[in-house]
Write a protein that binds this ligand. Structure first.
Ligand SMILES: [Zn+2]
Length: 175
C-alpha cells in the first residue's frame, strides 16, 4: 500500500510503501538520514478483511474515495473528437467520423478502468492507494467534510504583556 503522508496541518510530508501483512508502526521518508519520521497507528485502522477503515496517520474514522485522474483530459478529448467528427461529417467522411467517435469512446472507457482509486482521510488528507478497498467508502460528502474544517494557520500566541497590563489596571482600579 502506498501512503502519501500529511501532518495535522495537512502539509505534505512524504510517500511510503507499507506491507499490510506487517504494517510498520514508524515510517521514515525514503533515503532519510535521521530526523523526520511518522508514527502510524494500525490498532483499529484495519478491519477483519484487512481493509482500511481508519486513517493510521491521525486516527480519523472517516475516509473518502477519490479517483486520481486528470479529469480535464477526457473532457478535452471528447470536445476535440466532436469538432473533428463534425468537420469530417461536413466534408462527407461519415465512416471516418464514426471511427473517431468510437475510438474516443474506447479511450474514455480505458481511462475509467485504469484510473487510480485513492482513499483520502477527511481530517489530515493523507492518501492511501494500491490496496484492496472496502465498498463502504463513498465519495467526498459535504456533511462529513464539515466535521473536519481546514486547520487554522499557525498563529503566534498573544504576547503575555497584555495580560500583565490588564492585571495592573485591575489592581489600580481596586485600590
Ligand atoms: Zn488522517
Amino acid at each position: 500500500m502506498r501512503i502519501d503522508l500529511r501532518n495535522e496541518q495537512r502539509d505534505r510530508l512524504f510517500t511510503v510503501y507499507v506491507d499490510l501483512e506487517d504494517p510498520p508502526a514508524v515510517v521514515r521518508p525514503p533515503n532519510a538520514v535521521g530526523g523526520s519520521k511518522a508514527h502510524l497507528d494500525w490498532d483499529r485502522a484495519l478491519d477483519d478483511e484487512r481493509h482500511l477503515r481508519r486513517c493510521p496517520v491521525c486516527g480519523c474514522p472517516d475516509l473518502f474515495l477519490r479517483k486520481q485522474m486528470p479529469q480535464v483530459t477526457g473532457f478535452v478529448l471528447i470536445i476535440l473528437a466532436a469538432v473533428v467528427a463534425m468537420v469530417l461529417l461536413g466534408i462527407g467522411e461519415v465512416g471516418l467520423a464514426v471511427l473517431i467517435l468510437v475510438l474516443v469512446g474506447a479511450v474514455d472507457v480505458a481511462i475509467y478502468f485504469f484510473t487510480r482509486r485513492v482513499l483520502v482521510c477527511y481530517r489530515c488528507r493523507s492518501e492511501f492507494s494500491g490496496m484492496p478497498m472496502s465498498r463502504r467508502h463513498g465519495k467526498w460528502e459535504k456533511t462529513t467534510g464539515e466535521k473536519y474544517p481546514p486547520p487554522r494557520p499557525r498563529t503566534t500566541p498573544p504576547p503575555p504583556a497584555s495580560d500583565e497590563a490588564d492585571a495592573e489596571t485591575h489592581e489600580t482600579l481596586s485600590r
